[in-house]
Design a protein around this ligand. Structure first.
Ligand code: ASP
Ligand code: MG
Length: 465
């Protein structure tokens, strides 16, 4: 089987776990699979890099830079020592860690002198996590007797546009990736740094937080993989967050579209664009648990064979804010919604949900709580000549009920809302896309967890018995 395997999260927390991941990989290769590995950074490293870069861009602080780079160097060196048994390989990897840490330190000093952190620089800084993890993992696999070599995204041909922080691969990237990887498949295991790409001019870009899933599916599509396995630290995709719903269940099979709906809507299991590359070629994705490799996890395919549940999963976005702009002058005037949306877009405010009643007197917009101030000031700049009112609530969360089986099945919305009503949960705003794969709603923060449990129960999604 030709396989792309991506590892991330706490399954890469330290050297012991890296070794475990290396063993899984070496076993697959030894049983005859052609394997490409995509790695994320060691758990928590990306956050640490972002934090130190932001801090030193605000206040010049060489001590902080020194502390941060020493901590990162120690952590990666320790991981390498625990994961790599071959002394010669370990030596090479330790030298590389030292070299990278010098580069990182120089970059951070630059940022702190300039007092400025652009998206482009932040991409360079965050790339260090994956650029350190890949050589350590490759070294660990090679120590186990299966040859592996580390690559960055750019080195295998993952060429992107210049949209730093959220780059998109260019149309020829997959062909280039195939040209690089196809000839080496089966000869050695490429270990590719996920999350990062490169512009045509060779500047490092990133694919957005959680982007190593996306790297894996881009590569999987490029080399016509039989399957893509995303190894995580949970048993696949769940019917709801087990922290909210204790009897949440693993979903055995789910469609691309459902997985996409879930990832757009706050479920942190998958990068929201990671389905895009595989849909056309219908490459199955498995979400698997490194801590329990025998567990079948969740299989993501185009069309699950039997669709028995109308509702598959419930997902939540917390810390939202609901802003409503209203005014009699907005009624029947064309271009009102357009102006609202462009004003928000100009301030870079992402709209999560919208609703406008047919009276057209008001438009409500759900945004990330962090964007509330920007959203209000954007709306204040709209329609200078009419009398308008802007009100907001910042104590709300959004919830989405997802399932392809809801399309064309009458009564699903009825069941959702009567279950909530029976439990005295007030629904503040509702939206259902015409695809009918998703019913989204806004409830107050104090009701959100109960709302998830009520709907989960109503559709019998929990563990039997
Ligand atoms: N290391 C990156 C992040 O934390 C990418 C990834 O983990 O997929 O967002
Ligand atoms: Mg809030």
């Amino acid at each position: 089987m030709r396989l792309v395997m991506k590892f991330g999260g706490s399954s890469l927390a330290d050297g012991k776990r890296l070794l475990h991941v290396a063993e899984i990989t070496a076993q697959m290769q030894q049983r005859g699979d052609e394997v490409v590995v995509v790695t994320s950074a060691l758990g928590g490293v990306t956050d640490a890099l972002i934090n130190v870069a932001k801090k030193v861009s605000r206040v010049e602080d060489e001590l902080k830079i020194l502390e941060a780079t020493i901590r990162l160097r120690d952590r990666h060196t320790q991981a390498a020592r625990d994961a790599i048994s071959d002394p010669a390989i370990l030596n090479t990897v330790e030298d590389l860690i030292t070299l990278r840490m010098d580069e990182l330190e120089k970059a951070l000093i630059g940022i702190s002198h300039l007092g400025e952190l652009t998206d482009r620089t932040l991409d360079y800084i965050t790339s260090f996590g994956e650029r350190l993890a890949a050589p350590i993992l490759a070294g660990a696999i090679t120590s186990l007797g299966s040859e592996a070599r580390a690559f960055t995204g750019g080195e295998i041909g993952l060429i992107t546009d210049e949209n730093f922080q959220n780059a998109t691969p260019l149309s020829f990237a997959e062909r280039r990736i195939a040209d690089t990887l196809m000839p080496v498949l089966g000869r050695y295991i490429p270990v590719v740094s996920g999350f990062i790409g490169e512009t045509e001019r060779g500047v490092i870009t990133t694919l957005g937080r959680g982007g190593s899933d996306y790297s894996a599916t881009i590569i999987g599509s490029a080399i016509d993989a039989d399957e893509i396995w995303l190894w995580k630290d949970t048993s696949g995709i769940m019917t709801a967050d087990p922290k909210i719903v204790p009897d949440a269940r693993r979903i055995p099979v789910i469609s691309y579209i459902e997985a996409m709906e879930l990832s757009y809507f706050g479920a942190e299991v998958l990068h929201s664009r990671s389905m895009e590359p595989v849909i056309r070629k219908k490459i199955p994705i498995r979400v698997k648990n490194t801590f329990n490799p025998e567990d079948p996890g969740t299989l993501i395919v185009e069309k699950p064979e039997k669709v028995d549940e109308v509702v598959k999963a419930i997902t939540v976005i917390r810390d939202c804010a609901l802003v409503t702009i209203s005014g009699f002058g907005m009624i029947g005037v064309p271009g009102v919604a357009a102006e609202v949306f462009s004003a928000l877009a100009r301030k870079n405010v992402n709209i999560m949900m919208i609703s406008q009643g047919s009276s057209e007197r008001a438009i409500s917009i759900l945004v990330d709580g962090k964007d509330l101030k920007k959203a209000i000031s954007a709306l204040e700049s709209c329609f200078p000549s009419i009398k308008k009112e802007i009100v907001y609530r910042d104590d709300v969360s959004a919830l989405a009920v997802v399932g392809a089986g809801m399309a064309g099945t009458p009564g699903v919305a009825g069941r959702v809302f009567s279950a909530l009503g029976k439990n005295m949960i007030n629904v503040i705003m509702i939206s259902q896309g015409s695809s009918e794969y998703n019913i989204s709603m806004v409830v107050s923060d104090s009701d959100i967890e109960r709302a998830v449990r009520v709907i989960h129960d109503e559709f019998g999604l929990g563990e039997e018995g």
